[in-house]
Design a protein around this ligand. Structure first.
Ligand code: FAD
Length: 300
């Protein structure tokens, strides 16, 4: 019997990846982050991004993490920026400081209210009122490349997919040139969303955000807040493994590899990994995608 052609088995040198990190709170976390950055850097990601804690709570740590990446690695960092609980002048000052540091790429997001995801969003009286306004503001400030978010299962506050995608379109009209998606586990949901987006004439890359499930309970609770659905089959895969971290890790690697390789088979060539500052699973998945550190390539 002839096997169907599997792009994921063809050796995928054209695939591109990016990695997301969060700014560490303690010296120990800083060490863990740095180990992950140095492990993943040789895979030559298109960019690495550093998040901006809810309501700007990590402003200084985000800045110093970006500074370290710029001074100690060849990586191109993208800085996340939100407009929650800050005036335009304050947000602009943060963006200018990113620019002064040498950052040329901003991931512009509205952000969640101080009460967390799900609480109603109130713009700051002197602030950017929407992510669209923020994108336009950042573009006015300098020659920044701007990435925005996209929601394959729609943002929980959106009235409909149509309205959700209209907001994405407005962000692109304001100057965004790439979107990274909220994480998802059903690839069909992402591909259906992509069809809807393309049908509205949007042609920028909509890069799937992939979260390796380092901790199922944590991921499921986060998913609930952000409107990402957790399929029953996924819960079943992790069932009974709460006290078995070794098996959990193997299952997590298998689940993520299954998701990513299926996307490759279905034509996807860009991936954004939510690393949670841990390299191992992401490194293994990238290896399966055919990405190699230069030394490993020479030895092969
Ligand atoms: P938006 O595009 O602003 O949409 C949010 C909601 O507002 C949608 O329901 C949309 O329909 C509605 N909306 C927007 N404009 C209008 C309008 N003009 N009229 C009517 N409705 C409108 N959060 C952080 O705090 N820090 C981070 O570093 C961070 N990084 C993220 C990275 C990615 C890739 C993603 C997907 C999310 C990230 N978030 C981050 C979370 C994000 O801030 C929240 O999901 C937030 O609730 C929405 O902000 P947004 O820019 O993603 O969405």
């Amino acid at each position: 019997m002839t096997q169907p052609h599997r792009r994921s088995r063809a050796g995928q040198s054209a695939l591109r990846v990016s990695f997301e990190f969060f700014p560490p709170r303690t010296a120990e976390m800083e060490e863990a982050l740095w180990q992950s950055v140095t492990r993943l850097a040789p895979l030559s990601p298109s960019f690495v991004s550093v998040t901006y804690g809810a309501g700007g709570s990590t402003r200084l740590r985000t800045h110093s993490t970006l500074a370290r990446i710029l001074s100690q690695t060849p990586l191109a960092p993208a800085a996340h920026l939100t407009c929650v609980a800050a005036s335009r002048a304050e947000v602009d000052a943060v963006a200018r400081a990113y620019g002064d540091l040498g950052v040329r790429h901003i991931v512009a997001l509205r952000g969640d209210p101080p009460g967390g995801a799900g609480a109603p969003f109130e713009p700051h009286p002197d602030g950017y009122k929407t992510s669209t306004e923020l994108v336009a503001g950042v573009r006015r400030l300098g020659d920044f490349e701007v990435t925005v978010s996209a929601y394959p299962e729609k943002h929980p506050e959106s009235r409909s997919f149509d309205q959700d995608i209209d907001v994405l379109k407005a962000k692109i009209d304001a100057g965004a040139t790439r979107a990274v998606t909220q994480f998802f586990f059903e690839n069909d949901a992402y591909l259906r969303y992509l069809d809807r987006v393309r049908a509205k004439g949007i042609d920028i890359p909509i890069v799937p955000g992939i979260v390796p499930v380092q901790n199922f309970r944590q991921t499921a609770s986060f998913a609930q807040k952000t409107g990402a659905s957790v399929p029953r089959w996924l819960a079943a895969r992790f069932e009974g493994l709460d006290d078995d971290p070794a098996t959990r890790r193997l299952v997590a690697a298998a689940v993520a590899a299954e998701q990513v390789l299926d996307l490759v088979d279905r034509g996807v060539e860009d991936f954004h990994f939510y690393t949670m500052n841990k390299a191992d699973l992401v490194y293994a998945i990238c290896h399966m995608l055919g990405l190699r550190a230069p030394l490993a390539q020479e030895a092969a």
